[in-house]
Design a protein around this ligand. Structure first.
Ligand code: SAM
Ligand code: SF4
Ligand code: SF4
Length: 341
């Protein structure tokens, strides 16, 4: 069954945030002054358990979801993640299970267990190749070379195709564009530069901090000729480029300067069990309460499809108009670490 929203967009992807916790304090995502020792993370009992996550994923699959992305917070903080993945992989209709991680806990053994359980794609985040620079960004002293080791672990375990996300902020790591590109040329890893987005409110985002896709392409071209490729699939988030000398592929996620809401088929489930139909949502819809109050599968499916049918989100498309009109963006948008990227 295909469930479409008010703009005719089908529900295809479900991004599941497994925890709001993270062992990094990336300055643009969980800045330490807001996510310090006093920050109250969700107590364990509040998080959806594996039965609840599996049940909601199965219901979503019944409505057309084929792809699951496990994220957070840091999803590898969730114990026995491979047990959950094996259960998700067994759901009828689920074709693709991807994981987004900072890589800090991706040992060779864990990578192998995840592959065995059914993860077929992994995205690791790395915002600088220089150790000191990366440590300053993650703010917990985790060096870049350890993420490179995690990438190797993922490749060795055949957790591929491996992608690397690199969020570029002006004045922070724009000078890392070329060194990052060099590090992954001539490998099968697809590096994807991401425009810094105004997710949540704690990062104090300003348009001036965004290094646009155009600027990223221009920077890459100072060293290597690159050519734009056609999209692999409709609704693909990254613009694909290839090095003309055959050194591989590179992606650019231009969510700010070239919004792609028209093809957005993604719903997000927070660790608390709220459904967000847009990354820039202010309120999620509580699915955990009906789940815990004994709702039947049919009732949950009706709730989910009702939410999707009513969906009208196109935040990134209207962001520009709002900014141009001098209007404030909503000041209570949900944080990225809460619903996952
Ligand atoms: N902790 C995991 C990680 O870092 O890969 C998964 C969760 S993290 C929220 C998912 C992705 O969102 C990461 O690649 C991160 O760099 C990206 N991200 C977080 N805040 C962002 C922002 N304001 N703009 C663009 N990307 C962002
Ligand atoms: Fe943690 Fe990922 Fe956010 Fe960094 S981007 S603080 S690793 S959730
Ligand atoms: Fe989808 Fe919202 Fe992002 Fe647009 S702004 S692409 S609707 S998540």
């Amino acid at each position: 069954m295909v469930t479409t929203d008010t703009r005719g967009r089908p529900l295809r992807d479900l991004r599941i945030s497994l925890t709001d916790r993270c062992n990094f304090r990336c300055t643009y995502c969980m800045p330490r002054h807001l996510f310090g020792a006093e920050h109250l993370f969700l107590p364990k009992r509040e998080l959806l358990d594996f039965d609840e996550i599996t049940r909601l994923a199965r219901i979503a699959a019944g409505l057309g979801v084929t792809k699951l992305r496990l994220t957070g917070g840091e999803p590898l903080l969730r114990r026995d993640l491979d047990v959950l993945i094996a259960r998700l992989a067994a759901i009828d209709g689920i074709e693709d299970i991807c994981l987004t991680t900072n890589g800090s806990l991706l040992t060779a053994e864990r990578a192998h267990a995840l592959r065995e359980a059914g993860v077929n794609r992994v995205t690791l985040s790395l915002d600088a190749i220089d150790d000191d620079r990366f440590m300053a960004i993650n703010d917990v002293g985790f060096p870049a070379h350890k993420v490179l080791k995690a990438i190797d672990n993922a490749r060795a375990a055949d957790l591929g195709p491996v992608k690397v996300n690199c969020v570029i902020q002006r004045g922070v790591n724009a000078d890392q564009i070329l060194p990052m590109a060099e590090a992954f040329r001539h490998t099968d890893v697809v590096l994807r530069f991401i425009e810094y987005m105004d997710v949540g409110t704690s990062n104090g985002w300003r348009m001036d901090d965004v290094v646009t896709a155009r600027e990223i392409v221009d920077t890459l071209r100072t060293r290597h000729p690159i050519t734009r490729l056609a999209a692999n699939a409709p609704g693909e988030t990254a613009n694909r480029w290839r090095y003309d000398d055959g050194a591989g592929e590179i992606g650019i996620i231009a969510s700010v300067s070239q919004p792609f809401c028209g093809g957005c088929t993604r719903a997000r489930l927070s660790a608390l069990g709220e459904l967000y139909t847009c990354l820039f949502g202010v309120h999620g819809r509580d699915l955990r309460s009906p789940l815990r109050q004994g709702a039947s599968d049919a009732e949950l499916a009706a709730l989910l499809s009702g939410i999707w049918h009513a969906r009208d989100d196109r935040y990134s498309e209207i962001r520009g108009e709002q900014t141009a009109a001098g209007r404030q963006n909503p000041d209570n948008r949900v944080e990225m670490s809460y619903i996952g990227g």
